[in-house]
Design a protein around this ligand. Structure first.
Ligand SMILES: *Cc1c(COP(=O)(O)O)cnc(C)c1O
Length: 439
């Protein structure tokens, strides 16, 4: 299978190149030039399904999902009438990003071994991505990783999940600045060809196609668990998760529609309601992994909705970047609802009191959106994207006590932290990275 850029002006590449390359040279994102239709015979264990959907070797899939603490990998539980929850957080860092990154780390490492190369992965994080990317690199022979987080601006749990990892190929930097500053530093390093080549920089961000494809199988197993055509409710930020659901539907999985749950950073919901894509100011919320105003993966959906016209997609994206607003096509199979912070807390409380089930604030946003939009008789699977113990403050506010801490997390919370603090200065960060892995 070949991959083409959403902006139509970069060379077509194979899967392995797309995995290592990330962004296309024309600024677009890579998408497959065709998607297989899935037969009704796709079923079995999570790995069986993932092998059929992705075409990735079983051995790699087995190794990736052996790190999960539930044999079903992404188990489904019934909630109230017509609602289910699918738990995507049984991986090493207790958030859904492990589902993709445990696989992507192994795939990248294997491809680099084949080529006799190494990469230094550089990631900026406001929370969950950093720890999941670190967990994806630990133990991989051909990957080093440096994670930049904004000093004092990530939660205690999130920082400790990154900084207590004791591995020779992992380094953490606390940048005196915001998440946007961290992201700008990473962009500046990638934009410097000399440095990029010298350090063999690599990315693992959510625009990597490997992450999207790795998220399609749980839509298949989730629908199979419900047994009939169903709708998925997806708490969304960068739109990577929901995009995988959209591709699953296109591949023939009986998905009626997708419900996008937003917090007050609701660019996606406003686009669904009005057809205008208008960036706003990012407001901090109880669901920080969705505090995003530019959903990078939306470009892939827009490309499909303009019938794969690269020039049209490029024009939409450039206009959005320049003006902060653009009229964009929509898909009637995608609905959206916004859930504010007070509602998020009320939903955590209500689900706990009614069902005895504790959810994290991101999952609560998805459940709130599902409850707001569910039609009579509709079966809705709410994707649960993080374990509640990752967000103890929100849970305490909702139910008056902190969530029980799973063993995996307890070990992390007690460990010794290792990180260096640097100024918001690209030369200082480069100096750090140059010497970080020399022993
Ligand atoms: C990253 C993340 C999301 C948002 O997923 P996208 O693919 O960016 O839409 C939601 N919840 C949690 C807990 C996350 O870590």
């Amino acid at each position: 299978m070949k991959f083409v850029s959403t902006r139509g002006r970069a060379p077509a590449l194979g899967f392995d190149d797309v995995l290592l390359e990330g962004l296309a040279r024309d600024g677009g994102l890579y998408v497959p030039d065709g998607l297989p239709k899935l037969g009704a015979d796709v079923r079995g264990s999570y790995v069986d399904v993932a092998a059929a959907v992705t075409g990735i070797e079983r051995g790699v899939l087995e190794a990736a999902y052996a790190t999960f603490d539930d044999p079903e990998v992404c188990p489904v539980r019934a909630l109230d009438e017509g609602l289910w929850v699918q738990e995507l957080w049984h991986g090493p860092t207790l958030a859904f990003k492990d589902v993709a990154l445990q696989l992507v780390g192994r795939l990248m490492d294997a491809e680099l071994a084949k080529r006799g190369e190494r990469r230094t992965i550089v990631v900026a994080t406001s929370g969950d991505t950093g720890s999941a990317a670190i967990a994806a690199c630990v133990g991989r022979a051909n990957l080093d990783i440096v994670v930049l987080h904004p000093a004092g601006r990530v939660s205690d749990v999130q920082r400790r999940q990154m900084t207590t990892v004791d591995a020779p190929n992992v380094r953490n930097l606390a940048v005196k600045g915001t998440f946007d500053d961290c992201q700008d530093l990473v962009k500046a390093m990638f934009a410097d060809p000399g440095f990029r080549d010298e350090l063999q920089l690599g990315a693992m961000n959510s625009i990597n196609w490997g992450r999207v494809i790795a998220q399609i199988p749980y839509y298949v197993t989730g629908q199979l668990a419900v047994g009939r055509p169903c709708t998925f409710s997806v708490p969304s930020g960068n739109f990577g998760n929901a995009l995988a659901g959209w591709y699953a539907r296109r591949m023939g999985v009986p998905i009626e529609r997708l419900i996008i749950g937003s917090n007050v950073n609701d660019i996606l919901t406003r686009w669904i309601e009005t057809g205008s894509l208008v960036a706003g100011e990012v407001v901090p919320t109880w669901s920080p992994s969705m505090d995003i105003q530019v959903s990078s993966n939306l470009e892939r959906l827009l490309f499909e909705l303009v019938d794969r016209d690269g020039d049209r997609t490029a024009e939409l994206m450039v206009r959005f970047r320049e003006l902060g607003a653009v009229e964009a096509p929509r898909d009637p199979a995608i609905a959206g609802a916004r859930v504010n912070d007070d509602e998020t807390i009320a939903i955590i409380r209500d689900v706990y009191e009614r069902d005895g089930y504790l959810v994290d604030p991101h999952t609560a946003v998805g459940i709130g959106a599902a409850r707001a939009l569910r039609r009579d008789g509709e079966r809705v699977v709410c994707l649960s994207t993080a374990h509640p113990a990752k967000f103890p403050d929100a849970v305490r506010k909702a139910i008056g006590e902190a969530p029980p801490v799973p063993e995996r997390l307890a070990a992390v919370l007690d460990g010794e932290e290792r990180y260096e603090v640097v100024g918001n200065d690209v030369e200082a960060v480069k100096r750090f990275i140059r010497t970080a892995f020399r022993s």
